[in-house]
Design a protein around this ligand. Structure first.
Ligand code: GLN
Length: 447
């Protein structure tokens, strides 16, 4: 833990990964672990971890990178926070992100910019940009992020590390500040595939506090990880490799990865996900609609910021939200409220739901014959700070390869697979519902 804080002190001014650091508490907890001695059966004991700032931590400020939660100190732990504590992992602080996880560059944070450790002029991706940059910069070995439409996989790709979005329902969302409740999942960032499997072991499992939590068994994700890919059938969606905006160097790296899988004994064939092109519009309607409802709780009364100017009850609501939310959050609330409004519900929200079903069926069809789906995680490598922030449509469109996975609820990982223009490229491996094991096996064999 001391080494972690030394490294953070050396690098944090340049990276800007953390919103809050909890050095004293971390050292105290480390002392306790030292005194009790490390339990050989618990491999994660004493390992430092960072937590994305939309996951509540008892006694430690949790902001979701919003001004509206600037002074919010939760009185309980999220289930994942509790689980990492039970594993004797040591939280060192809370990581920067896009405000309420809305974004793909961490530039919508109210607090600070986070820089990509590979090139400080580039974004770290988002929304879990702090979680990914901190691991890539060697500040911490593990962090937790959240993925509603790509926010674990895209920053993992941009930072050259491993990031897993588990199956919807695998990890409890209790204590995660909700964005799109039917899409949100928490997952780990690590430098290696095996570390990732070990951390997913620790945070998975049924939770009565999350009504969508999966009741089935949690397998040991690390136990059979060395089994290899011989005989595995992998599908590569035509749509993913022929995406218009796909950077040449990204495509080359993915084609090379395909050759590696073949040489390891897997069968790799072209498949189709014909509705994936509708993923972005369906996702932005569904995620924004759910967000507009979830964010109603920030009213200046129950949580965080209340406008000092407000004189009437209505002003408490209006002024607190006007001053407390950033531009991107307001855009989503308006888009979501519009899509749900009675005159437009059928044309937008209902249509988006129907589209979601078609997207899910695309995956089901491929998985009848294939064990895994492989493709790039993102069309491009990390873009420049300031380059896309004023063009929300361009920013949304770059989620084209990650959002279908959330709409279908299936698990997917991003692992590093080379470089394009000196920046890391991410390879996405998508699995069947609740089959994270096959993903980890393939990722481990490739690594
Ligand atoms: N970039 C997507 C969005 O802005 C995904 C965000 C996420 O997964 N939290 O909504």
């Amino acid at each position: 833990v001391k080494a972690v804080f030394e490294r953070i002190n050396e690098t944090e001014e340049k990276i800007g990964a953390f919103i809050t650091l909890t050095e004293e508490e971390a050292l105290e907890q480390a002392r306790k672990v030292d005194e009790e001695g490390i339990d050989p059966a618990n491999i994660l004991s004493g390992i430092p971890i960072g937590i994305k700032d939309n996951i509540v931590t008892e006694g430690t400020r949790t902001t979701a990178a919003s001004k509206i939660l600037e002074d919010f100190v939760p009185i309980y732990d999220a289930t994942v926070t509790k689980k990492v504590k039970e594993a004797n992992m040591i939280s060192v602080g809370k990581l920067n992100m896009d405000e309420f996880a809305m974004g793909g560059s961490t530039e919508t944070s109210y607090y600070k910019l986070t820089h990509n450790p590979w090139n400080l002029d580039k974004v770290p991706g988002g929304s879990s940009g702090g979680s990914a940059a901190a691991v890539a910069a060697g500040q911490i070995p593990v962090s937790l992020g959240t993925d509603t439409g790509g926010s674990i996989r895209q920053p993992a790709a941009f930072n050259g590390i491993v990031g897993m979005k588990p199956t919807y329902g695998r990890v409890s969302r209790f204590g995660l500040i909700a964005f799109g409740s039917s899409l949100d999942q928490i997952g780990p960032f690590t430098r290696t595939v095996k570390d990732n499997a070990l951390v997913l072991n620790a945070i998975s499992g049924h939770d009565v506090n999350d009504s969508m939590s999966y009741e089935g068994e949690v397998p040991d994700f690390a136990s059979d990880i060395e089994a290899g890919v011989k005989g595995m059938k992998i599908g590569v969606p035509t749509e993913y490799l022929n995406e218009k905006g796909l950077e040449e160097g990204v495509k080359e790296a993915v084609l090379k990865a395909i050759e590696t899988f073949k040489s390891l004994g897997a069968t790799v064939e072209e498949v189709s996900l014909p509705h994936s092109k509708y993923g972005v519009p369906a996702y932005y309607i569904i995620a924004s609609s759910e967000a507009s409802s979830n964010l109603q709780r920030f009213d200046g009364v129950r949580y965080g910021y209340r406008s000092p100017e407000a004189k009437t009850l209505e002003e408490v609501f209006v002024k607190s939200r006007t001053e407390g939310f950033g531009m991107e959050v307001k855009r989503r609330i308006m888009l979501g409220t519009f899509s749900l409004s009675s005159g437009f519900y059928d044309a937008h929200f209902k249509k988006a739901g129907q589209t979601r079903t078609l997207i899910r069926q695309d995956f089901d069809n491929v998985f009848k014959e294939y064990d895994l789906i492989l493709g790039p995680t993102t069309p491009t490598t990390a873009f420049g700070i300031g380059e896309q922030i004023d063009d929300p449509i361009a920013m949304y469109l770059s989620d084209i390869l990650t959002v279908p996975v959330n709409l279908a609820g299936v698990p997917a990982i991003s692992i590093p697979c080379g470089f394009s223009n000196d920046l890391p490229v991410g390879l996405q491996l998508i699995g069947k519902h609740f089959d994270e094991q096959t993903i980890y096996k393939a990722a481990y064999a490739f690594e």
